[in-house]
Design a protein around this ligand. Sequence first.
Ligand SMILES: [Zn+2]
Length: 119
Amino acid sequence: MKQANLTSAQKHTLLTKLKTELTEFEQQLTRIHECSAPVKLDQQAVGRVSRIDAIQQQEMAHASEVQMQRHILRIKQIFLDTDEYGLCLECGESIGIGRLTIHPIAELCICCQSEAENS
Ligand SMILES: [Zn+2]
């Protein structure tokens, strides 16, 4: 099987980083859950404007929640099959240590990523 162009030390560093990120994401998700509780619209003290604020905040919280869940899922996937970690899901080439250091959950190499963004 093809393996990414990473030394085992580099891979170890990246996986350790991902493990830390996973913990952080899960903590953040718990916090988001707490602040995205349904807005109470019937509260007398809350004016119309702050109600809109509250709803917008809730939507933003929801958006980052979705993104967070995606990240968590991705990290869990990586740990299910660490042998393939560092390979582009699209072309199967090594993603490269530079890119992975900045963005350890990268699924695509820089070429496929820019193609995906331009399409
Ligand atoms: Zn690729």
